[in-house]
Structures are given as C-alpha cells and as structure tokens.
Design a protein. Structure first.
Length: 292
C-alpha cells in the first residue's frame, strides 16, 4: 500500500494558507507604492498587507505539533529557506509599520517594506523547491509561478481597494495587472509542461490537469477579458477592474491551495532495474504510480 506515491498529510490547508496569505500580502505591499502620495489609502493597503502575512504565519504556527517551540525556526539560516523566510518577516513588519506611521510619502521605508516583501515571497518559492520528497513542489519552475501569482494577487487586491477608497485608480494599474496575468499564465504553462515532461505521480498530474482547465478559463481568461474591456472602453468607476482583480486574486489562492494541499503526493518507491538471478539480462526498472 506504500509503494505507489501517497498524499502527504503533514502540510494541510494551514500550510497552504501561509503561501496564499503571504503571497497576497507581499504583493499588495509592493503595489501599495502606487498610493504613497495618498496617506490614507497607503495606510489601508500597508496594514492589510501586513495582516495577511501575519495571518499566514499564524496558520503555520497553529500547524506545528509543538507551537511553543516555533522559535527553533530561526536556528538554521545556513540550510533552511523556512528559517530565512522567518528572519525576513520581522524586518518586513518593522519597515511596514514605520511606513504605515508615516503614511507612505517619498521616504525609504515604503520601498524597504516592498523589497523585503518580495524577498519573503522568493523565500516561499524556495521553501517548496526544498521539499524534495514532493515532485509537484520540488520542480524549480514553481519559483516563477509563486512569484508571478504573488504579483497578480497584489495587483488584483490593490485594484479592488482603489475602487473602494477615496481617490482615483491609477490608470496604469490595469496594464500592470494584465501584464502580471500574462506572466502567471506563462509560468503556469511552463511549470505544468516541465512536470509532465520529467514525469510525476499520476494522481498529482491528474489533479493539476483538471484544475488547469478551469483555472485557465475562470482564473486567467475571465479577468484578462475584463481588463481588456476596461482598457478599450473605459471604466470610470473602476468596477470592471475591481472585479477582475478580485477574480485574479482568488484564482491565485485556488492555484496555491491546489498545489500545496491537493497535488502534494509523495514520491513513493521505485526500482532502478529489476533484479535477476544468475546471469540473466537486466531489464528496465519500475516506478509504480508515475506517469513515466
């Protein structure tokens, strides 16, 4: 029963929530730079960005079997990307808090907070690739996918907030969101094609392919069409762009939940070659439950 790949149970929805909230929060902190000349708007975006990252880290803390030993995460910066993520977080919150207090402006702290957020997002991608026992995570192409969807989620949530807060939505935000969506589409295609070419557990690929059909229709094509309608015909209220941002951000959460919580099948066991007795000829090995 434990020869073919099986679904791991150590990381569940709480681990997925760290990637979901962390990516959206750091992406939003980056696009909050568009509102640095509007203190009230910047403060809302910055505090929401920090709350999202904090919520994701809290979910991971709740997942730990011994939560009061969580400080041990800081003990291995030389080997662990999870440690590096944890070490970036205090500086992210510190710079973000100062930037919030100052209301954005032209100071250095909003830029530092956004930069540290991107570093936090990069660490999240490397955490997945370091999980060598899960084929759907260890593929290096997942880093670009995690970063690109973080940008989409941040831009999408920024578009939604701009439509709800005083002031006008920056005209170029629609183009930025569309560009981020195109990059995410390419990153997703490259990731899935590479995983298929190299081989992966069949059950994991079945889940990712079934998800991909819906994702490309509703998570990619729908917001892209809404943004194009905004760019071509105008949208004085920012309503279409806000809907596109909400859908694009939600699709990013859907994507990361699928990869982290649903497609996380273990490697299983394999024989490189089939053993033979005496001087028989060696034959090809077996890899139960794999696509190739």
């Amino acid at each position: 029963m434990r020869v073919s790949p099986w679904h791991q149970t150590n990381w569940d929805w709480r681990a997925a929530a760290n990637f979901m909230c962390g990516g959206t929060g750091t992406g939003l902190m980056f696009f909050a730079l568009l509102a640095t000349d509007a203190p009230a708007t910047y403060r809302v975006m910055a505090v929401l960005a920090m709350l999202l990252v904090a919520a994701g880290l809290t979910c991971v803390w709740l997942e730990i079997g011994r939560p009061w030993r969580a400080l041990n995460v800081f003990l291995h910066p030389q080997t662990s990307w999870m440690t590096r993520e944890g070490m970036v977080a205090p500086f992210y919150f510190g710079c973000g808090t100062v930037a919030f207090w100052l209301g954005g402006g032209n100071g250095i702290f909003p830029i530092l907070a956004a930069t540290l957020g991107l570093l936090f997002l990069y660490c999240q991608g490397r955490i997945l690739t370091a999980s060598k026992g899960i084929p759907a995570w260890r593929e290096p192409k997942i880093i670009a996918l995690i970063i690109s969807t973080g940008f989409v989620e941040g831009a999408g949530l920024a578009a939604l907030l701009f439509s709800m807060l005083p002031g006008n939505t920056p005209r170029w935000l629609a183009s930025l969101l569309l560009g981020a969506l195109i990059l995410r589409r390419l990153a997703w295609k490259i990731y899935l094609d590479t995983l298929t070419e190299k081989g992966a557990p069949k059950k994991a690929l079945d889940i990712l392919r079934a998800f991909g059909v819906r994702f490309e229709k509703f998570g990619q094509l729908l917001p892209e069409m809404l943004i194009l309608a905004t760019l071509l015909f105008g949208d004085g209220t920012g309503g279409l762009l806000a809907v596109a941002g909400l859908v694009a951000s939600g699709a990013g959460w859907w994507l990361k939940f699928t990869i982290v919580a649903r497609a996380a099948f273990n490697q299983g066991f394999a024989l490189p070659i089939l053993p033979v007795r005496g001087q028989g000829k060696e034959t090809a090995g077996v890899k139960p439950g794999w696509s190739k």
